[in-house]
Design a protein around this ligand. Structure first.
Ligand SMILES: NC(=O)c1ccc[n+]([C@@H]2O[C@H](COP(=O)([O-])OP(=O)(O)OC[C@H]3O[C@@H](n4cnc5c(N)ncnc54)[C@H](O)[C@@H]3O)[C@@H](O)[C@H]2O)c1
Length: 314
């Protein structure tokens, strides 16, 4: 198959590219490296990878050959990065999605998979979050550039499906972690691990009672692939994440112990609109895709810590 991955030099995209390359497919990556890293894909065989260091808002997608599945992942994803690049984030999700969908409309690309996010639920008022929940989002807060552009991308994707009968699927991805995360990307798992390994204070924002549910990246990629390859599920929106919910205090303690760190745990003020709880309801993924995560948080954190140790020693 020919697979397109926008944002394929990023954390999740690079694992998705490896999955398809390992199975003998040809992978086309369009990534401007705003938050990605060429090293994430440098080891993949050049005869199976075509890398375009380009922005999805200007890249001429019509120059690509016929694509079987187009995964649209291009967008900064960590709060530090999207708050630093709000306009670029909004454009990657809105114009980027539109431009790839146009190729589907021209029947050059067969199928479109949108990497959406649990952030479209905002600071949720129901728990756990089901796909039918419409969310509780501040449209003008400092996370709005991400939340609202992903909501726009979902609406755009669904409009192309309803208007032009395009085969689309939407993944609502919950917090994912693992190797290939950038050391300084500012997400909680990478922050805690690097702070613990360097014996710097492990910083918790707020009182640490807020919860998140963490999915190991190889599990997430298998979910994305099932969403991309299962037949007769056009138009489906599916949560992908691990429902094993932890408070930030618990996560900090686990990482502290696992790394034998002598770091203190410190508390700092919390950002605007930070969700108090986050846990996917994955009944739909289980039923439609026969997918559920298999890697425990303990095992995933060990693998991620090994990766960060290597990165810090370079
Ligand atoms: N990691 C998570 O926990 C998580 C959770 C929910 C949703 N997602 C979504 O999954 C996707 C991948 O996330 P990630 O964690 O791998 O983030 P990432 O920042 O590591 O990867 C995103 C990639 O997109 C590229 N990119 C951004 N804007 C671009 C543009 N205009 N043109 C071309 N490339 C561009 C970046 O350079 C980067 O390589 C994103 O769409 C994100 O919103 C991730």
């Amino acid at each position: 198959m020919n697979i397109l991955i926008t944002g394929g030099a990023g954390f999740i995209g690079s694992h998705l590219a490896k999955h398809y390359v390992d199975l003998g497919n040809k992978v086309f990556i369009v990534d401007n490296l705003i938050t990605g890293n060429k090293n994430n894909i440098a080891y993949l065989p050049p005869d199976q990878i075509s890398f375009f260091e380009e922005d999805v808002t200007v890249f001429d997608f019509s120059t690509l050959p016929h694509i079987d599945i187009a995964y649209h992942l291009a967008s900064p994803a960590s709060p530090i990065q999207y708050k630093k690049h709000p306009i670029e984030t909004m454009r990657a999700n809105s114009e980027g999605a539109y431009r790839v969908l146009e190729q589907c409309k021209a029947r050059k690309f067969d199928r479109f998979i949108l990497a959406s996010t649990s952030e479209i639920y905002g600071d949720p008022l129901i728990h756990p979050q089901k796909e039918t929940y419409f969310g509780n989002v501040n449209p003008v807060g400092d996370r709005a550039c991400y939340d609202e552009s992903k909501r726009y991308a979902e609406a755009m994707t669904m409009s192309y499906h309803m208007t032009f009968d395009i085969d689309i699927r939407i993944a609502r991805i919950f917090n994912t972690y693992g190797p290939n995360m950038e050391l300084n990307d500012g997400r909680v798992v990478s922050n805690f691990i690097t702070q613990a390994l360097e014996n710097n204070p492990i910083t918790i924002y707020g009182d640490g009672t807020q919860t998140r549910s963490f999915c190991y990246v190889t599990d997430l990629v298998l979910g994305l692939v099932k969403l991309g390859e299962t037949e007769d599920i056009e138009g489906e929106i599916i949560n992908l994440g691990n429902p094993d919910e932890k408070t930030m205090i618990k996560l900090a303690e686990m990482i502290h112990e696992m790394t034998n760190s002598i770091s203190d745990i410190s508390f700092e003020s919390i950002g605007e609109d930070d969700p108090k709880m986050r846990k996917p309801d994955i009944e739909k993924a289980d039923k439609i895709l026969n997918w559920h995560p298999r890697v425990s948080l303990e095992k995933g954190l060990i693998k991620t810590t090994e990766y960060f140790k290597k990165m810090l020693s370079k």
